[in-house]
Write a protein that binds this ligand. Sequence first.
Ligand code: ADP
Length: 425
Amino acid sequence: MTLALGCIADDYTGASDLANTLTRAGLRTVQTIGVPADDLALPEVDAVVVSLKSRSIEAGLAVTRSRAADKWLRSRGVHHVLFKICSTFDSTDAGNIGPVMDALRADCGEANVLVTPAFPETGRTVYQGNLFVGAVPLNESPLKDHPLNPMHDSNLVRVLARQSSTQIGLVDLGTVARGAAAVRARLAELADKGVGAAIIDAVFDRDLETIGLVAGEHRLSVGASGMGIGLARALVSTGKVKPSAASSDSGAAVGGPAACLAGSCSQATLRQIASAEKIMPVLHLDPDRILTGSDEAQRALSWARPRLAEGPVLIASSSTPEQVAALQARHGRDAAGYAIEQAMADIAENLVKSGVRRLIVAGGETSGAVVDRLEIPGFLVGAEIAAGVPVLRAVGAQAGDMLLALKSGNFGGPEFFADALRLMR
Ligand code: ADP
């Protein structure tokens, strides 16, 4: 199988966002966790998003991991690779955007790379090379105080030049507005001057389409989900990909018992748990017992197993903000979070051993702990349950065919668990 698009994402949630965006644009998309094994059997797909955690690690390590991902994608016939970064260009003068871009560019021998974090539907726009977050330039946005990579310069030509060994050019909005031919001409002009990469302006969705068309003719681009939209639409409009209905179709039913796990303490999740109480048995874990070493996971499993044949169950550690604060005061924030995440992972692992094949998890960190424990190499992205939360079909999982929904705490409406179960047959 030849993939139409390969992507390397520098963090997991950014990867999911991109995979979901590509699916909505009609591309059948798999998101992998890390660089897949050479023998990973992929379903018939158009795009693969390799999720790395390389945004804030040492630049040399980010380069090594990104090159391994690139090699895997190119070995699957990928012509174009999108290096997916954050739409707020999260990085420091030491990297990692510039060093990774330079290495991938050298590996594929590309003369000129288009770069833009623009994603107009989420308020990220680029004008004259300056990134705006909503109405303010990047350096006036909350990103100026980011704990890992404070952004003090909104001019991305300058920001990227400090990180890259190549000269950085600009393709301005006027050129983009004149269409693909004008962008190609400008890139040729820059390439003649030895400029290896260019920030390209984008303010409206239609700018992304022009950019996607031209970027896809090259071997490498750098951008956020907006660049993904542009590339996906170009693949569809040029007939290279026949759009699929994956975003409204959950595929073949998996059957088997279903379970929900909630480790998020967000207001939205607390409301969703209250709604779920009306339609399924709910067990509230005792977080203190988890922290003091009692086998709370075992108690939960003994409670769940006899109920699974009757229908879905929900197991929650979630508490009110006051209870969370009290627990953290007694045990420390990190220790409390970690212990509860591991208990949730224990429960998930044993539920799957007991036959659960449809699993819904509420909470970003909680989902990460569960997915790592289940050692799931990747997911085929399916129908959208709520904005940003698709049904995921496990690819290459030890347990075989399985459906998951991984929800960031605040996502989804009050009936989220029922909504998810309806789409996860
Ligand atoms: P969200 O997506 O809402 O941020 P996460 O799963 O990312 O949810 O984070 C929730 C964190 O709170 C996790 O580390 C989890 O283990 C922890 N946690 C869950 N329940 C409790 C609780 N009752 N008290 C304190 N911490 C909790």
